[in-house]
Design a protein around this ligand. Sequence first.
Ligand code: KG4
Ligand code: ZN
Length: 339
Amino acid sequence: MIKILGIESSCDDTSAAVICDRCLLSNVIANQKVHEKYGGVIPELASRVHQQNIIPVVDMALKEANITKSDLDAIAFTGSPGLLGSLLVGVSFAKGLAASIGVPLIEVNHLQGHVLSHFIEEQGRIKTFPSLPFMCLLVSGGHTQIIVVKDYLDFEIIGETIDDAAGEAFDKCAKVMGLPYPGGPVIDALANKGDHAAFSFAKPKVADFNYSFSGLKTSFLYFLQKKIAENPAFVEENKADLCASIQQTIIDILIDKLIKAVAKTGIKDVAIAGGVSANSGLAGKLQQTGNKLGWNVFVPERKFTTDNAAMIAITGYFKYQKKLFAGLDVVPHARIEKI
Ligand code: KG4
Ligand code: ZN
């Protein structure tokens, strides 16, 4: 039985998790409230808060897993992509701990973690897992990609956004409506009370399996400015309908390309992952599309959609099996081209 501590600190959540083979023993997440008043993540503040959180969060993850650090077989950490200062806190901590207890270090790509979160097992829970190869729509605050997962550590990106990510589209549209950050979950909640056909927005025309969201954000902004000039209370009076309509447009854009990718590859196990996969409308539309087209659909549990260390620990487990260890000279990278 291999016990791995996972550490995630790529953006504004400090998280630590312990996994025993594929079974999750603990997953502790400390969110950073400090960014809310700025309407976005402030990198310098994020790394300072990670420094305060990392020791208590790891301590709690070990306690909840009912183990001590000497029981660990390896330490997995997010090495890329993310905010450099935030990543550095997790990487430095992981290095120090691995060196002090004499276990290997495992560098994990955050995006790979989101996708592999589908393979986390939990005690007393019966789950079904996607069969390899499967298709994964990865939708987060920084990325939007259609990935063919050929093997646990062998991914092919067949489509991606050429500008903004889907999560950014949610967050930016929320911001222009005066909603708090992060806007995705707020739009999701309001959309449930609105009419998704109330307003319609043009969908981008992008080649192949690629996406574009920056035009949608701009046309939403211009649409609101025009309506507000006619009626200053327009947003307030139509908030739920606006949220439902913009959410539906983003979902339709995402699913249309996924349908094309499935048709082209013939892969019928279809998963979503990343923060935006927490969206109730997206999960619903994926299920509905899957039922119609005969797909096996996989939606992660909400706790594994947004950033968490459980997904880093499970990826660490797959890398441990192949002895893909990092040296103590490993450094984090803000960007990464390939996963
Ligand atoms: O995966 P994640 O936690 O961080 C990144 O790796 O980027 O994703 C964060 C993104 C944010 O843009 C947030 O607004 C979005 O996920 N998000 C949602 C929902 N929950 C989080 N978007 C739409 N609906 C939600 N329920
Ligand atoms: Zn993420």
